[in-house]
Design a protein around this ligand. Structure first.
Ligand SMILES: NC(=O)c1ccc[n+]([C@@H]2O[C@H](COP(=O)([O-])OP(=O)(O)OC[C@H]3O[C@@H](n4cnc5c(N)ncnc54)[C@H](OP(=O)(O)O)[C@@H]3O)[C@@H](O)[C@H]2O)c1
Length: 337
């Protein structure tokens, strides 16, 4: 079967077509014919071996996020059946409860081979059924970006009447806006582009702020909220946004620390954190149970994922990873097999 893999070195330029043997499912396993994948910013970092030991070893099949149809199941499989559209979970072994260190060893497209394979043989425990009626491309957007946003918004107890600020118009940010709206909260989205802010309205953005024109965007947030500040900020910018986030958060609000788009080493105003009683909460994707709750929410609310207009083919995965690094996209960059 065909795969795309980094064989001879790290870096997107080393992603080449390859082949792996075809296998049949053993007890508890399912064989999935993969149909689509989506790219996350982490795939840029992983390809550069930016996660060190967590980037796995070569040869490595990239990308954590994909979807496909179950072809065949082994003895004892009850969670899925042939014909089901499924997504492999980002953390193959994190089923429920809080994250534990050992879950890291089960990350696809990093510690383990990722989804750029014609067929994937996976334990049934590592599979989640896609929302009913969704296409493979739509489902492929869910495992990392959407679940991270779900953990940030729902995991931090956002409720009707709250205000959530989310940064940029990439995957995590727009999913966070979708979930904030589902909860009856006000979603404020920041972006470098007015055009993207306009498009973000369809995904829940009630207010948009151009962070290029308004580098001190925390003022706009406070003004819009009558001086109070946001209940939750989905922190994706990292070093370049943390200070503004701390100025925009309300007393006793939560900063969901997720992204490092503008750098991973930041100076933190401890005085503000302490005196404003700010809660700093790191977020890393989520469990399979949370994934299934999110699927039910999508089905109930009829919401759909934000997908960029440009699609890539199976053998264009390197170009797709390069494109997310360039940041011109809107929502999720997807690959159709
Ligand atoms: N902790 C986790 O488990 C987890 C999971 C998923 C992602 N992440 C991290 O979250 C971040 C976002 O991931 P993603 O996959 O959603 O990325 P993405 O789709 O590539 O989104 C990038 C977008 O963020 C915006 N942006 C870039 N720099 C910014 C800045 N300084 N301030 C505000 N917005 C900025 C830009 O939007 P505009 O073009 O609209 O300005 C850009 O298009 C990345 O750092 C990623 O590594 C972490």
């Amino acid at each position: 079967m065909k795969v795309m893999e980094m064989r001879d070195g790290w870096g997107v330029e080393h992603i080449k077509p390859g082949t792996r043997p075809e296998r049949t499912p053993g007890p508890g396993e399912a064989l999935v014919r993969m149909a689509a994948a989506s790219v996350n910013f982490r795939d840029v970092v992983t390809a550069r071996r930016g996660y060190g030991g967590h980037s796995g070893a070569l040869p490595l099949i990239p990308l954590s996020d994909g979807a496909g149809t179950v072809l065949e199941v082994g003895p004892g499989v009850t969670r899925v059946k042939p014909g089901d559209l499924v997504c492999p979970a980002f953390f193959q072994t994190w089923i429920s409860g809080p994250m534990k260190e050992e879950h890291r060893a089960g990350v696809l497209g990093g510690a383990r081979d990722g989804v750029m394979q014609e067929y994937m043989l996976l334990p049934q425990e590592g599979l989640v059924k896609a929302p009913g009626g969704w296409s493979a491309v739509e489902a492929a957007t869910l495992p990392c970006a959407a679940l991270t946003a779900w953990s940030a918004v729902i995991g931090n107890g956002v409720k009707a009447g709250d205000a959530v600020v989310t940064q940029g118009t990439g995957g995590v940010s727009l999913f966070a806006a979708i979930f904030a709206r589902m909860q009856g909260a006000l979603a404020i989205v920041t972006s470098s582009s007015d055009e993207k802010l306009e498009r973000a309205k369809a995904f829940g953005a009630a207010l948009g702020i151009n962070y290029k024109r308004q580098p001190e965007w925390s003022r706009e947030v406070r003004q819009a909220l009558g001086g109070r500040g946001a209940d939750l900020i989905v922190e994706l910018g990292g070093a370049g946004t943390l200070d503004q986030s701390l100025r925009a958060i309300r007393t006793s609000g939560t900063l969901a620390l997720i992204g490092v788009l503008s750098g991973a080493a930041a100076e933190l105003n401890l005085g503000r954190v302490v005196t404003q009683n700010v809660r700093l909460q790191g977020v890393t994707v989520g469990s399979r149970d949370a994934f299934e709750e999110m699927v039910r929410a999508f089905e109930l609310h009829g919401a759909k994922p934000p997908i960029d207009d440009k699609r890539y083919a199976f053998d264009e995965v390197a170009a797709a990873i390069t494109a997310i690094g360039e940041g011109r996209h809107f929502g999720k960059i997807c690959i159709e097999f």
